[in-house]
Each structure stands twice: as C-alpha cells, then as structure tokens.
Design a protein around this ligand. Sequence first.
Ligand code: AQP
Length: 350
Amino acid sequence: KPLVFSGVQPTGNLHLGNYLGAIRKFVALQEDNDCIYCVVDLHAITAQLVHDDLKGQIRSIAAAFIASGIDPVKHIVFNQSAVPQHAELAWIFNCVARIGWMNRMTQFKDKAGKDRENASLGLLAYPSLMAADILVYRATHVPVGDDQKQHLELARDIAQRFNIDFGPKIRETGTGVDMIVGEEPIHGYFPLVEPLIGGPAPRVMSLKDGTKKMSKSDPSDLSRINLMDDADTILKKIRKAKTDPDALPSEVDGLEGRPEAGNLVGIYAALSDRTKADVLAEFGGQQFSVFKPALADLAVEVLAPITTEMRRLMDDTTHIDAILKDGGERARARAEKTMNEVSDIIGFLR
Ligand code: AQP
C-alpha cells in the first residue's frame, strides 16, 4: 500500500481551510493507504517560541483528527517531538539543502515579514524539517493545502540531491530503489514525494478578503470559520463575509475576477462533495442573501458532529494521551530503521 504522511501545526484553533485542505483528505485516504498523521509541534515553535498551552494545543489537533474520523489503530497518530529521528534527519537535510533554496520560500518571506534578520533560524529551515517528517518514513504521498506545494517541491529537491550525492554508497548498501533523474538512472534511497492537492477548494480564502488565505494567525476572527465555532457564530461569520453586489453566475467562468464569490462557491462545493459547476447549476442567478444561509446550514451540518466529538475528547484527555503515546512508539520504530540506514549511507559510526 502507498505510504501517506501529513502534519498539522498546533498553533491555534483549526479552521475550515485546515479541514478542507488537509484533515478531510486524511480521512478519505485511509481506505487505500497506510497513513501516518502527525501533530507537528517542533514546527509550532519556529514562528513563536513560547506558547500559552502547547500541550493542550497538541491534544486538540489530535482530537480533531480522531473526531473527523481518523482511525489511530489501523493508522498512526502521534506528535512530532515524541520521535527524535525527525529532528535528526532534519539536521542532515540542513546540510543537503542550500540557503538559497530556503530564502526563496514564500512562506518564509510572509512569516518573517520585513525584519528577516530577526526571524528564527528554525523558521528558515522549516522546509528541511518538513522534508524529514515525510522522508523519515519514506512516505510517497502527502495530502496538503495548495499553500504547501512549494515546500513539497523542495522536499523532492532534497531527496534528489541526497540520492545523487550518495549514489554509489546507496548502491553498495542496497537499500534503495531505482529511479530516473534526467537521463541518468540513479539508485536512490529517498522516494520523490507526490503532493495530493486538489478538489474545489484547494486553498480556502479569508472570509474578509478573497485574495488572502484563511489562516489561524489572521488577527480577525471573522476572517475564518473555526472547527470549534458554534452554529450561531458560523451563521454570523458567513452573513458578514465579504461579497460583491451581483447575483451568482450560472457558470464557473463567471466567477473570474470575483474572488470572494469564487471562494464561497468553492467552500460549498467542497463541503457537499460536488463541483463548483454543479453548485452554480443550482444557485446561478441567486443573490447572496439566498446562498449565504444555505452555505451556513451546510457548514453547520458538516462541522457540528466534529465539534461535539472534539469537545467530548477534550473533556478527559486520557484517551487522546494514550493514542499519542501508542502512535509515537509505532512511528519511532519505523523512523529508527530509516535513520540507521541513512547513518550507514553517510558513513557515521554508530
Ligand atoms: N486556507 C487554507 N486552505 C487550504 N488548506 C489550508 N491549510 C492551511 N490553511 C489552508 C492546510 O492545512 C494544513 C495544516 O496547516 P498548518 O497548521 O500546518 O500550517 P499553516 O499552513 O501555516 O496553517 P495556517 O492556518 O495558515 O496557520 P498560520 O496562520 O499559523 O500560518 C496544511 O496542509 C495546509 O496546507
């Protein structure tokens, strides 16, 4: 079975973008794949070192995974810091990757802001740790939102560079797979990961500005729908969402140049497992005064059972803690095997 890996940072309340862009895909992929889902707490300290209740945040992301339908027995759910091999492989990847590659990352530019010299070194090296998260399991498929595409391309670059630099040694140890890089067949240890991005809302945009992604760190809570929002709050946020004065078009082309309208239609389509064209066939010609309440009802219908289950799991965290402990042990056993092989390929004496 293909091996799927993905992670979510415990950096605040999960929102509809995290759910549609990531968690819902995690759930769907369980059927045909071997899945590892991680709460990436080492990533959480890159932009901000001190967090009020990091342990609580870690548990709440794990609770969101379970409440959304991830099976922690058939698959693996754990937190990153419980498996030290992620940081160990990231160090090696820091030596494989080039500073120029990191400097080009748009997420680094956005998060570092104008005062780049003052950003943490961890924020710059974030994609190196992300590559290690995936490749320490030699995972091949990574479901993420569209905003992570550039980081996954970098993970491929790192894997390729490692495979080329250690080509002959990999051949000697015989642990790798054959692959074609350009014209040259390379016997490579690390697979080249495939991003799984797609659907009608690969990037869910802010409710206040259709050109900005919905984000946990947006200071306006009205810009996003949180997984823990109650029905009244969801209704209020969708009612207040920015739109233009025109009715909805009947065809997808008519959404061109109307980012807010396109976003709401995309959200509706994703929540109802339909295409945008399908949604417009139903709502084309209608005003937002009709479409917005329908969207709010749908969002409440999909999110309410998840919210209720998350609250129940967070009331007594014994169950979540047991899941994370068990997942951490199973993940560590796999990661250890990779690190032993990588150390051997590099030539460390252990
Ligand atoms: N707006 C979005 N639309 C679609 N997918 C999204 N994701 C995040 N925002 C959107 C996807 O959610 C997964 C987990 O994200 P994360 O918490 O690890 O990192 P992030 O991308 O930094 O999330 P936020 O909400 O935007 O947090 P801040 O504000 O802290 O930067 C990833 O798969 C991501 O693609």
